[in-house]
Write a protein that binds this ligand. Sequence first.
Ligand code: KG4
Ligand code: ZN
Length: 397
Amino acid sequence: MRESTGTGLILGIESSCDETAAAVVRGGSAALSNVVASQMSLHANYGGVVPELASREHLRNVVPVVREAMARAGVTFDELDAVAVTEGPGLAGALLVGITYAKALSFGLGKPLIGVNHLEGHIHAVLMEARQRLEAPIPLPLLALVVSGGHTHLYLARQSGEATWSYRNVGRTVDDAAGEAYDKVAKLLGLGYPGGPWIDALAARGNPRAVPFYFGQIKPRPHREGISFPNKKAPAVTAGPAFNFSFSGIKTAVLRYVETHHMRERIEARRAALAADTTLKPGSEAVAALCDAETLDLIASFQYAVVGNLLRQTFAAAESFGARGIVVSGGVAANSELRRRFQAEADRRGLPIAFPSLALSTDNAAMIAAAAWPKFVAEDFADDDLGATPQLRLGQT
Ligand code: KG4
Ligand code: ZN
C-alpha cells in the first residue's frame, strides 16, 4: 500500500556516470540537501571514466551518500513522499546501482518510485534554481541546450498543465559531445582531467583568433519519417529541422596543429610537471606558467570555436522554433566564456536565459528530485520492473 505524507519531499538518487549523488527536494523547488560523491580523482588516473570502477564506487558510496543527504535535510525516511532515481541515459552498471537501491528503498517504505531521465534532470536543475530565486518563470516554449561530457542536445520544452512536460529533441551531436572534446583536447595538450576547467581557465590568457577552426556545416535537415529504434522507450520520429553538432573534427584539427607546430616535447614536459605535483589547480599561475604563448593561443582558439558553434546552433534553433527563453545546462554550462557569450547574445535578442549555479551544472541528484516533482503530481510512477536504460531518449525527435 502506497503512503503519501503530503510533505512534498522527494529523495533523488543519481548514479548514471561518475558521481554518486543523493538530494532531498521539497515541492520541486527547495533543495534541502544535495550530496555528491565524485569519483573524478579515481578516473583521472585513466583520463576518462572506467565503467567497471564506476559501478564498484557507486556500490560503495550509495548508502552513505543517501544517509548524508537525509541527515543534512533533517528529514526521516517516513516523511518522504517518493523516491526518484535516474533510469538513463548512462552507464548500464552504474545506473543499476542507483535503481536497485531506490527500488528497494521505495518498496521497503511503501512509497512510490519515480524514474527520471538524466537529461530532463539537467533542464530542471535550472528551472528549480530560478524558482528558488523567485524569478519570473522562463517563458515557454523554452529551448534547452544540455551540454556535458556525454551529451550535446537541444530540446524544445513545453508544459501542458502543471504536471506534464513534453520535449522535442531538435538537435544533437553526431559524434563527440562538447565536453568530450574538451576532455580529449586537454589530454592531448598534457592538461588534467576533466579537461573543461583547465581549458576554461587558460583560454582567457590566449588570443582566441590566433588559430581559425572551422566547423563543417551540418545543415538543418528534415528528419526522415518512419525510422524505428530498437529501444522500447524511443519516441516516434516526426519531421522537422534538426540543429546538429559535430566535435570530433576540431579534436583532430588540434592534433594536426600540435604535430605541425612541433609541440610534442612541450606537452610531455607539461604532463610530467602536472603528474609530479597533483596539488596544482586549473586556475593557478603555476599551471599558466607551464604553457607558452602558442599553446595558450591554441587553447583560446579551441574554446572560442566550440562556444561559437554551440551558440550559433542554439540561437538558430531558438529562432526556428519560436522559443521564448533559453536554458543551458550540463557540465560545460560551467564554462565562463560560454556563459558570457550566451548571455550577451540572449540580451541582444531580448530572450530570457538561465544557467545553473556551478554546483548544479555538473551531475547531481537535486535535479533528479526536481524533475520528479511534476511526475509525482501527475502520479506518473515507475513500474516494479523499472530497469536501467543506457540509451534512454528524451522526448520526440
Ligand atoms: O554534466 P557532467 O558533470 O557529466 C556528464 O554528464 O558528462 O559534465 C562533465 C563535463 C566534462 O566533459 C567536463 O570537462 C565539462 O563537463 N566541464 C567543462 C567545464 N567544467 C566541466 N567544460 C568546459 N568548461 C568548464 N568550465
Ligand atoms: Zn550529466
